[in-house]
Design a protein around this ligand. Structure first.
Ligand code: URP
Ligand code: ZN
Ligand code: ZN
Length: 472
């Protein structure tokens, strides 16, 4: 097994910021110190002077190769994870969607099959529960954490597709309270939205911006509060995904102030894309049809404030990519048929570093916490992942804070035909990305071959994933 010495970089974790050398052996960080080249001999030396040495990004919310909206997301495990690697993300947690009528075991097998041989980075799975009547049972659900699937996801929206009723939500929370899983919710009131969508279509409103007009922020606020209160009754920890607006931030802020076990994430796009993007002519607005929808711009400051003050604990991408030409166009004559989802796996670090850190909204330590350490802690990956420490996996990004980079769809490694941040110029980009000590990306090149990534059996909520834990 080869060894790597990363020399003289500015090592930044959620808590620390110092210049030092990091020595990697057998996939793990084995030594951190000063002038290590005097004491160790490495197969490869990476000069990181003037660069940041960051723990690999962890994206807790992605949808690769997922059937949804009458089609399948365009990025499979290989293309999605390649894009992730170029963006400094070395681990993600993807959603297994339980097909109705199928057991959780069958669903998990299907998703593992999709990943087989294609993995570029490490990954875990959340289980999205759609059916506790004819498919999965509460008993089977209770057994998932023992298999390293330690989070359950429930959709409170997408009526007639993924949405569950409150009984299913509540029973799943009760199981989670005992099994050690974290409950995740997509919080929107699906029933009210369904009425609004039908009314809009009946009135002849078919354009993309009606996606937002039929999903007002109050429907997100109501569902967020409902999920919080139900989680309290069940005694389960709760994580609210893709928080987009003040109406959802406020109940989470209140819950955290009271010390309840409530956590929330937002996604990169909510800081940059607003409602007006949906109004772009010639069906361009469909590029921004994801859920919850882009909100009025005033919410962007609310979200920056929430991630700065730890009301929201993580920033994910909710990468759920559909081609504009051929997939989004399924809804050319009916906004409700536009597949919901947007891309983003490659640009989370670029965008948050530029407009979060460089713009003075958050510190470098907080950026690391939001993009890596907190997702690792919340989803049972820490301290094996999410930090730079002796014994941790050597998932490391050598980041050049001076190098300029223009974000374009053309220069993208995803299969998507557009980019939400098209033309944005940033200063700062990953230069070398390592996965368990192996160089994945060097400059503009993918160095490793698909197959290097592994499934990670995650620890239960609140427990640590030890370095010795075997990978399946
Ligand atoms: O529009 C979105 N967010 N698509 C992915 C599914 C979900 O709701 O997370
Ligand atoms: Zn969702
Ligand atoms: Zn999602």
């Amino acid at each position: 097994m080869s060894s790597v010495l990363i020399k003289g970089g500015r090592v930044i974790t959620a808590a620390d910021d110092y210049v030092g050398d990091v020595f990697v052996e057998n996939e793990r960080i084995s030594l951190i110190g000063e002038s290590l080249s005097d004491t160790v001999e490495a197969d490869r030396v990476i000069d990181a002077a003037g660069k940041y040495v960051l723990p690999g990004g962890i994206d807790p919310h992605t949808h690769l190769d997922m059937p949804f909206g009458g089609t399948v997301t365009v990025d499979d495990v290989e293309s999605g994870q390649t894009a992730a690697a170029f963006g400094g993300t070395t681990c993600h947690v993807d959603f297994v969607i339980q097909p109705q009528g199928e057991t959780f075991a069958a669903a998990l097998d299907m998703w593992k099959e999709k990943a087989n041989g294609k993995q570029v980075i490490d990954m875990g799975y959340h289980m999205a529960i759609t059916d506790l009547n004819d498919g999965g049972s509460l008993e089977e659900l209770a057994g998932l954490p023992e298999q390293g699937v330690t989070s359950y996801k429930l959709f409170m929206a997408y009526k007639g597709a993924l949405m569950v009723d409150d009984e299913t939500l509540f029973r799943s929370m009760q199981v989670a309270a005992d099994s050690g899983a974290l409950v995740m919710v997509h919080a929107e009131n699906g029933d009210a939205i369904d009425v609004l969508v039908k009314e809009a279509l009946a009135a002849g409103h078919t354009e993309p911006h009606w996606h937002a007009l039929t999903r007002p922020p109050e429907t997100e606020g109501e569902a967020t509060n409902r999920a919080i209160q139900l989680a309290r009754v069940a005694g389960a920890p709760l994580y609210v995904v893709h928080v987009s607006c003040r109406e959802a931030v406020e109940p989470i802020a209140l819950a955290r102030e009271k010390g309840w076990d409530i956590h929330g994430e937002t996604c990169t796009q909510y800081f940059f894309i607003d409602y007006t993007h949906l109004e772009q002519p010639n069906f361009e607005g469909a590029k921004y049809v994801y859920t919850p929808p882009p909100r009025d711009k005033a919410n962007q400051d609310v979200l920056w404030n929430a991630v700065r003050t730890d009301v929201l604990s993580a920033i994910s991408t909710d990468h759920c990519a559909f081609l504009w030409d051929g997939q989004k166009t399924l809804g050319r004559d009916d906004f409700s048929k536009i597949p919901n989802g947007g891309p983003g796996l490659e640009n989370r670090l670029h965008m948050i570093h530029e407009f979060g850190v460089r713009a003075g909204r958050i510190s470098l330590n907080r950026m690391v916490e939001l993009l890596s350490t907190n997702p690792a802690k919340l989803f049972g990956l820490y301290p094996r992942k999410g930090t730079i420490a002796v014994g941790s996996d050597a998932d490391i990004v050598v980041f050049d804070p001076e190098r300029k980079h223009t974000i374009t769809a053309a220069g993208h490694h995803s299969k998507i035909d557009y980019n939400l941040y098209e033309g944005t110029e940033v200063t700062g980009t990953p230069e070398v990305v390592l996965l368990r000590g192996q160089v994945l990306v060097e400059g503009d090149e993918l160095v490793a071959s698909p197959g290097v990534g592994q499934f990670v059996a995650r620890a239960k909520f609140g427990e640590e994933l030890k370095a010795e834990t075997a990978m399946a």
